[in-house]
Ligand binder design. Sequence first.
Ligand SMILES: Nc1ncnc2c1ncn2[C@@H]1O[C@H](COP(=O)(O)OP(=O)(O)OP(=O)(O)O)[C@@H](O)[C@H]1O
Ligand SMILES: [Mg+2]
Length: 382
Amino acid sequence: MNIFEELGEKKTVFADKQYLDHRFLPDNLPHREEQIKSIAKYWIEALNNVTPPDITIYGKTGTGKTAVAKFAMKQLKEAAKNNDLNIRTEYIRCTDYTTEYQVIARLCQQMGRDVPYRGWTKAEVINTFRNLFKKNAFGKDLILLVVLDEIDILLRNDGDGLLYTLTRTDNVSILSISNYVDFKKFIKPRVRSSLRDREIVFPPYGAQQLVDILEERSKLSFKENALGDDVIPLCAALAAKEEGDARYALDLLRTSGELSDEKESDIVQGDYVREAKDYIEHNKITDIIMTLPSQQQRVLESILYLTKRKEEITSGRLFEVYKDVSRGDSVSYRRIFDFINELEMLGLISTNTVSRGRAKGRTNIIDLQCDTTVLEDAIWGM
Ligand SMILES: Nc1ncnc2c1ncn2[C@@H]1O[C@H](COP(=O)(O)OP(=O)(O)OP(=O)(O)O)[C@@H](O)[C@H]1O
Ligand SMILES: [Mg+2]
């Protein structure tokens, strides 16, 4: 028998796994009706041939920001189809296009202008872009709705030039998506004043809301009766604790199903969800650690060493161990503080300031926030 056919015939709880994929855009987004309506309320102006106001969406990871924006784009395209209007919607993920030049070049290309990703001056690219909006004798006014997903990355990387250019181009409306409420600190006042945006907040999902979301998705992706009764509530409860992250809830559900297939079970059990949780956590930490710069890995290794020896970890003591671990190839004591901050932002460690009485002042104590065995595997398994 052919090996692929043989493997293909393996028992599975899934009907169609693609519906649990991150890239799949469902037709129905429970508990986001209000947010979708808010966007539509502004974007409907485009159907009246008026440029809509700019919009900003905020919310923590996995709260449906990208899904809702793409859903709204799809709906507007459908509504505009039968209209004699020239409306374009373009989606840009600012982790793929990280500078003003790249974004504008991408927009030009999407609209049929042959602009290279490097080599031209910024002014040339911007001119080409603005020419798209010049009226000609027969053409209709072009209205462009640009979705800038993960805009905080671009702003941090390249400043606010892109927003300046886009807000100063007639007939362009921006929908920015950000994980951070304070991303506007990267925008200078001159740009902020022309970005007259409406804000829409995406709150974290609660456990019951996640149950509804998972139920919808599981109908498409799992075989009938393949899920134990406690599976979805358990995935939802665990994800609600992780700041209401729907992506994590879906990951838990998919991984539980995969574990079930591995065990050749007909039904996904609640226990598999707990196993899935450990598995995902393990992978996440390993991924983060693998992509850290090597100096940073050594700092983490030093923290691990001190944790295993049950020593209290002050930055001074950490630096001593770090110098040993890195054998001469070390960075300065001051850089260590940057590293500590970054590791804390990644959630791998926490720091706590304690007071040691007036004479000794205040000291920072570092605590490891992830499992030591997972960390050991990741650091020494490389
Ligand atoms: N209301 C919902 N109904 C169905 N699926 C949802 C809903 N909200 C989110 N999802 C799904 O959860 C996953 C994460 O959602 P999405 O990518 O939109 O989150 P996000 O807010 O953009 O997160 P990030 O800030 O990390 O980019 C996607 O697979 C999406 O389809
Ligand atoms: Mg997103």
